[in-house]
Design a protein around this ligand. Structure first.
Ligand SMILES: Cc1cc2nc3c(=O)[nH]c(=O)nc-3n(C[C@H](O)[C@H](O)[C@H](O)COP(=O)(O)OP(=O)(O)OC[C@H]3O[C@@H](n4cnc5c(N)ncnc54)[C@H](O)[C@@H]3O)c2cc1C
Length: 292
């Protein structure tokens, strides 16, 4: 059984914040697919939980009149993959969400949990980084927005102050409009395994589809937190497509700092970085209409 001291079911976000304030040290639980594993492993044994599970105000995906896409953090991986707005505007995010775990996991795990856990291998994280997402959080002192470039502070550490709750993941229109994208998860098996390396590439092409305009590249497990690859992006942007393809992998090697783990050595991860950057860019450009 699970060793949990107490669990409080919040009735609203305001109620969750109040409960967290009244019980410093209590932890938010959403889908529970990270938290409950840690409880079972003993790392969070005896914890006190504030559940936001089921809160309607944290669900749903909508598009604002200015085109920004707002994702409720309680959207499950499956909700994201099958949502019409995501499919029409940022299918790459739905594809990344569809790589997590297996069907049961995708029906329970939330995109909010996937960015709040601060884990470099999180399958939606590198795509959200490439999309320049903005995280909206609410706490006792009100609401604030954090660009995802300032969200990750270190392994398992994100820019959430005590008693704050993530309330929206915003995809600004300028971050996705005109781009096509592709996410590749390299794992030791094709389901129920976390990424050995994840790479997400977004490409914007010239009108004749022969040159890149902007390329964005982001990785999971190429460093302690999900990260952009600015050198690779510069090397692959505003180039004939073949040149961009040749340049992106070698340049990406200068951006990353993977480590060796039991899943893979640093050297193997570097090989993946080089090869998968080019493959992800090729596919992103193909989706945009380039002949590659
Ligand atoms: C069998 C299995 C396979 C898995 N495979 C994958 C995989 O392939 N890819 C992958 O990326 N992940 C995988 N995971 C990890 C996990 O499913 C995901 O990270 C998931 O997105 C977590 O979401 P959750 O709602 O379950 O989070 P929870 O466990 O509820 O919470 C995770 C963390 O986020 C915090 N949190 C959650 N929501 C909020 C919020 N709105 N505001 C503030 N803090 C919040 C919690 O306090 C906690 O620290 C796997 C897990 C399991 C058990």
């Amino acid at each position: 059984m699970f060793d949990i001291s107490s669990i409080y079911q919040a009735q609203s976000v305001a109620d969750a914040i109040r409960a967290l304030e009244q019980d410093p040290g209590a932890l938010v639980i959403a889908g529970g697919t990270d938290v409950l594993i840690k409880v079972r492993e003993g790392k969070l044994a005896g914890c006190r939980l504030v559940s936001i599970h089921g809160l309607e105000e944290l669900k749903g995906i909508s598009q604002a009149p200015n085109g920004d896409i707002e994702i409720g953090p309680l959207s499950t991986f499956r909700d994201v993959t099958y949502d019409k707005i995501i499919r029409a505007n940022v299918p790459v995010l739905g594809e990344a969400a569809d790589m997590a775990g297996g069907p049961q996991l995708r029906a329970a795990g939330t995109i909010g949990g996937n960015v709040c856990n601060g884990i470099t291998s999180a399958d939606t994280a590198s795509t959200l980084v490439a999309l320049e997402a903005v995280l909206r959080v609410r706490g006792p002192r009100g609401e604030r927005e954090v660009p995802i470039s300032r969200w990750y502070h270190g392994v398992g550490k994100v820019d959430l102050a005590p008693y704050e709750v993530l309330t929206k993941i915003v995809l600004p229109r300028k971050g996705y409009e005109g781009f096509t994208g592709h996410y590749i998860k390299y794992a030791m098996r094709s389901a129920m395994d976390i990424a050995t390396l994840g790479v997400s590439c977004l490409a914007q092409l010239s009108q004749d589809k022969r040159e890149t305009r902007q390329v964005r590249l982001a990785f999971g497990v190429a460093g302690p937190v999900p990260m952009r690859a600015p050198g690779a992006e510069a090397a692959a942007s505003n180039r004939p497509v073949e040149q961009a393809l040749a340049a992106i992998g070698p340049a990406a090697l200068g951006d990353v700092s993977p480590r060796s783990s039991w899943r893979a050595s640093r050297e193997f991860r570097l090989q993946l970085v080089e090869e998968l950057s080019a493959r992800a860019l090729a596919e992103a450009m193909r989706k945009g209409g380039a002949q590659v």
